[in-house]
Design a protein around this ligand. Structure first.
Ligand code: ADP
Length: 342
């Protein structure tokens, strides 16, 4: 697997940067998640003090099945480890292993205007997609602010669609500091690290690949599942012998993610020459995906067979996460006047 070509901010982050990022365990991770987020997380995770957490509280806004939630949570952990996340260089843990988070979320609720949450585009989008408008979904950005600030996060790698939530986090940090500790701010005001070189990965129906559209190809799909998913990619009805425009085809859009430039040029040429059908391209794509994630697939199989190792990684990092969170919460309780008698 290649490292991403670039992920941009205009200047290099300062050395005291604390990177935080949440990953949602609300389904199996797909290749859109890989190229849109995970690849950048892996490229970035060992460069600064960083906290990557699997946001199972967030996932509960849509997943209410205990077995599924546990399976997805461990699945995300195994996926990150298989794809190259080094647990000795960064922290990968489960959100609910840091109970202080709920305490901070409540405090932030008391500072957040309802009108600000009502304007959140992602809430409106999710409800428009048919998700139940529960209070958890509505309050999601408040929990996200606590997620980031409880570790003193100063840099948050996100897709452009998440920028508004980081704005809410920035406002929350400023509001807290202004209200409770104007002379000695507790929370840094974090910056988004916008992964703006990321193209939207199309799903098998040509729309954005997304769990909610059921149009995904899983990172670790293989065998019959991979074949079925790739074969279902929607193409136009140009006959096999006719020349085709690779830049108008969903299969080629995915091939470009996996093939090196020479291979891309070779396949594009075959499209233009004619006599090369979409079936050929799909077979090529299956081979490319199988090869690209081959080693990671083996590692993941091994990790799933040894969940104790994965649990150890999560437990160790969770302890470090709790310690960091507690160091912030001691100061938060003091400046807010939350009397603690134990
Ligand atoms: P989903 O839409 O499947 O629910 P999420 O919203 O959980 O995916 O996205 C997790 C991360 O993966 C986000 O950073 C998002 O920007 C990225 N991502 C998801 N789908 C795609 C896609 N089709 N193309 C590029 N990036 C994507």
């Amino acid at each position: 697997m290649e490292a991403p070509t670039s992920s941009s901010t205009s200047t290099a982050p300062p050395s005291d940067t604390v990177v935080v990022s949440g990953i949602q365990p609300s389904g199996e991770l797909h290749i859109g998640n890989y190229f849109g987020a995970i690849r950048q997380h892996i490229a970035f995770h060992d460069k600064h003090e960083s906290y990557f957490f699997i946001v199972n509280y967030h996932a509960m806004t849509t997943v209410h099945d205990a077995e599924m939630l546990k399976r997805y949570t461990l699945g995300v952990a195994a996926t990150y480890l298989a794809l190259g996340f080094d647990p000795d260089k960064s922290n990968l843990f489960v959100q609910s292993d840091v109970p202080q988070l709920n305490e901070l979320t409540w405090i932030f609720h008391t500072l957040t205007p309802v009108s600000q949450l009502e304007k959140a585009v992602s809430y409106k989008d999710k409800v428009a997609q048919g998700l139940t408008a529960n209070a958890g979904l509505f309050n999601y950005p408040v929990l996200q602010a606590a997620d980031i600030l409880i570790y003193g996060g100063s840099l948050v790698p996100v897709g452009a669609d998440q920028k508004q939530h980081i704005e809410i986090t920035r406002d929350t940090a400023q509001r807290f500091n202004r209200t409770f500790c104007p002379d000695d701010s507790i929370f840094p005001v974090p910056d988004p690290y916008i992964l703006d070189d990321v193209a939207v990965v199309p799903g098998v129906d040509g729309r954005k690949m997304s769990k909610s559209y059921g149009n995904t190809i899983g990172i670790f799909d293989e065998g019959k599942t991979l074949k079925k998913n790739v074969m279902s990619i929607v193409t136009d009805s140009t006959p096999l012998e006719a020349p085709k425009d690779p830049d108008k085809d969903n299969v080629f859009a995915l091939i470009k993610l996996f093939a090196d430039v020479d291979k891309q040029a070779e396949i594009a040429e075959a499209y233009r020459a004619g006599g090369y059908g979409y079936g050929h391209a799909k077979k090529e794509l299956i081979a490319l995906i199988t090869d690209y994630f081959g080693e990671a697939r083996e590692r993941r199989r091994d990790l799933i067979a040894h969940p104790d190792y994965v649990l150890d990684v999560l437990r160790d990092a969770g302890r470090r996460g709790r310690e960091k969170a507690e160091s912030y919460m001691e100061r938060v309780r003091e400046v807010t006047g939350l009397l603690t008698t134990y």
